[in-house]
Design a protein around this ligand. Structure first.
Ligand SMILES: [Zn+2]
Length: 118
């Protein structure tokens, strides 16, 4: 009945990595065009849902801190944006949660990391 867990994990990681790639392309634009101090641009929620395009606000520094880890993604601070089968929350604040991929999802996230050297 329930889909294979590793398949689920892989699919979730692919979806989330897609939004990560989108956010990576937005970053230069966000760095230049946001003038509040500190700049707090909108990013796209990186949860596993293919439909979710909810904005999440992080400063560039916060964004970079998440991006520094291949297995870390940020999502809207709500259980609706969490996939407990493939990730757990490592940081919570009122604007966003940082999740860490586990199991197969973590491996896929590392493989798809646009900043990975390999
Ligand atoms: Zn979401």
């Amino acid at each position: 009945m329930s889909p294979d867990v590793s398949e689920l994990q892989e699919r979730a990681a692919h979806n989330e990595s897609r939004y990560r790639a989108l956010n990576e392309r937005m970053e230069p634009h966000n760095v230049v065009h946001v003038w509040v101090d500190p700049p707090m641009p909108d990013w796209i929620c990186e949860c596993a849902s293919t439909e979710c395009m909810k904005p999440v606000r992080l400063t560039i520094v916060e964004y970079e801190a998440v991006r520094a880890e291949s297995t870390h993604f940020f999502v809207v601070p709500s259980d609706d944006h969490l996939s407990p089968a493939v990730e757990h929350v490592v940081q919570r604040n009122e604007r966003y949660w940082v999740v860490e991929k586990i199991g197969e999802a973590a491996e896929v996230s590392e493989e798809l990391d646009p900043r990975s050297d390999s």
